[in-house]
Design a protein around this ligand. Sequence first.
Ligand code: PEP
Ligand code: MG
Length: 311
Amino acid sequence: IDRERVSTWTGPGQTADGRPVDVLANVQDGAGARAAASTAAAGIGLFRTELCFLGRETEPTVDEQAAIYAEVLEAFAGKKVIIRTLDAGSDKPLKFANHQEEANPALGVRGVRIAWQDMGILDRQLDAIASAAASTNSSPWVMAPMIATPAEAKRFADAVRARDLVPGVMVEIPAAALLADQILEHVEFLSIGTNDLAQYTMAADRMSSELADLADPWQPAVLALVARTAQAGQAAGKRVGVCGEAAADPLLACVLAGLGVSSLSCAAASVAGVGAKVGSVTMAQCEAAAAAVLATGDPVAARKAAADAIS
Ligand code: PEP
Ligand code: MG
């Protein structure tokens, strides 16, 4: 894909034959959201709220949180914004949320699991999001990280709906991908986090450079779980996006579209490259690439199969 095409990409996100695939931005604060708003991103697919509070000793008040969330909502006024509730723990510990020492933090009390120990943290964050939504006259979607079971999805969705917000969950644990159909009975949308989904599917630490070949979103086993999740979304008539690093790789983005995901969310700097690449191929090519990739057994063969199917 040539530079010219990337630098002039202005959206909308769609394949060459006009099949919509939203291209969204991942952000972590108001400044990042304003920068992302200058790209052709159609919205925010992942607002990592925990990154606003790294290094803080105490929990930010509801008003303090609401002011930050409102800044992000204002940057994308009238557009889709998906806010993720605190994903504290493991690679992103928060002093006010992660209290115990754990032998295996990646398998410990992290993400939404903190809420099951102390519902107050989640309740106050949802109050802050509801307040920011009201003050900016917007209707953000709200999703939880690290959901493992349908019951967790229901409990989270109930808390979100109680504030007139739209609930969804992340699929980043294999168990959630395997039961995506049941989870979708409780929520309005899913967002696949391929960074953690690869880590947990392959039992390979995402932070380990030695294991990078295993914790690779091109692993066909990871993509088979993406396919299963996307199919569950299509059967339920609900949207399934991808917000992990996989969505920033233009060739893999085409494969993900072919697997049936409806949106791709990546760092602002990657938005134009992904949008231009998806816009240069037909949905039939994406589907052929997806089928070819699923028939391989490793990331090297998967990349080659996708490239062959698309060019
Ligand atoms: C992911 O796991 O893919 C994801 C998007 O969340 P994070 O990278 O913040 O864990
Ligand atoms: Mg994650």
